[in-house]
Ligand binder design. Structure first.
Ligand SMILES: [Zn+2]
Length: 226
C-alpha cells in the first residue's frame, strides 16, 4: 500500500530537484506541504535543490519543529500564516527568481500575454516590501496580500505560489517565472496585447481534466532522472 506521507516527501524532493535544474531555486527558497494530520512537511534551512528525503522536517502550525534533524527556514511564518488563512492550500513554494523581482519592481504584476500565464489571469498581487517574512505579523500581511489568488509577488524579494496539489504547484512555479520572463522580453516592444478574461477562463477550464499535468510533469522529471 502506498504511504501518502512518503509520497508527499518524494514529490517535494523531486519538485525541488526540478526547480533547481530549471535554475529557479538558488541558495534560498523553500517548499512545504500540509500533512493529513494538519502538521506541515517542509524543506529545512538549507538550499532546497540539495534536499534529500532524510532532510525534510515536520513543523506545527506555529512553525515549531516536531521532527527531523534540520532547522526551520527563517521565513517559515509566511507558510504557517498562509495555511491558517487558506484551508484550501495544501502546498506552498517560495523562491527568489530574478524575473519575479523585475516584474514586482514594475508594480504591474503578471500580464497574461502567453498561454503559460493563464493560471494567473485573476491577478498576481504585489506585497510591497523587501523585508524578509520572519515573524507572524509579516506572514499574516503576505497572506492577506495573497488573498484568494494562487501567487503573490514580493517586491525586491521574489514570489510565493500556492496550490492544492504538488504537481500543480510545480507547474505554477515554473509557469509564473516563464510568464514573467516573456513579459520582460516583450516590454521593449511597447504596449502588449493581453489575453481576455474569457480566453483565460476557457483555457483554465481544461485544467480540471484528470492527469492534465502528467505530460508537463513527466517532461521535467525526465530532465532530472536518468
Ligand atoms: Zn524569501
Amino acid at each position: 500500500m502506498i504511504d501518502p506521507v512518503e509520497t508527499l516527501k518524494e514529490k517535494i524532493v523531486l519538485d525541488c530537484k526540478i526547480l533547481q535544474n530549471q535554475r529557479l531555486l538558488d541558495v534560498y527558497g523553500h517548499v512545504s506541504a500540509r500533512l493529513p494530520d494538519g502538521r506541515i512537511l517542509s524543506t529545512p534551512h538549507m538550499p532546497p535543490g540539495k534536499v534529500a528525503l532524510r532532510d525534510l522536517i515536520v513543523i506545527d502550525m506555529n512553525g515549531q519543529k516536531l521532527e527531523g534533524l534540520g532547522e526551520p527556514n527563517s521565513e517559515t511564518p509566511m507558510h504557517t500564516s498562509i495555511y491558517k488563512a487558506r484551508p484550501d492550500v495544501q502546498c506552498i513554494l517560495h523562491y527568489h527568481a530574478d524575473e519575479l523581482v523585475v516584474v514586482a519592481a514594475s508594480a504591474q504584476g503578471i500580464k497574461v500575454i502567453a498561454n503559460c500565464g493563464v493560471h494567473f489571469y485573476r491577478g498576481t498581487p504585489i506585497y510591497d516590501s523587501p523585508v524578509l517574512i520572519r515573524n507572524h505579523q509579516l506572514g499574516d500581511k503576505v497572506a492577506a496580500t495573497l488573498g484568494n489568488h494562487n501567487a503573490v509577488l514580493l517586491r525586491g524579494h521574489g514570489g510565493t505560489v500556492v496550490s492544492n496539489d504538488l504537481d500543480m504547484l510545480l507547474r505554477l512555479g515554473i509557469d509564473l517565472v516563464r510568464s514573467a520572463r516573456i513579459q520582460i522580453m516583450a516590454a521593449p516592444l511597447g504596449p502588449l496585447k493581453t489575453h481576455s478574461q474569457e480566453e483565460c477562463e476557457q483555457m483554465v477550464k481544461g485544467h480540471d481534466r484528470p492527469n492534465v499535468n502528467r505530460r508537463y510533469i513527466d517532461y521535467y522529471i525526465s530532465e532530472v532522472v536518468d
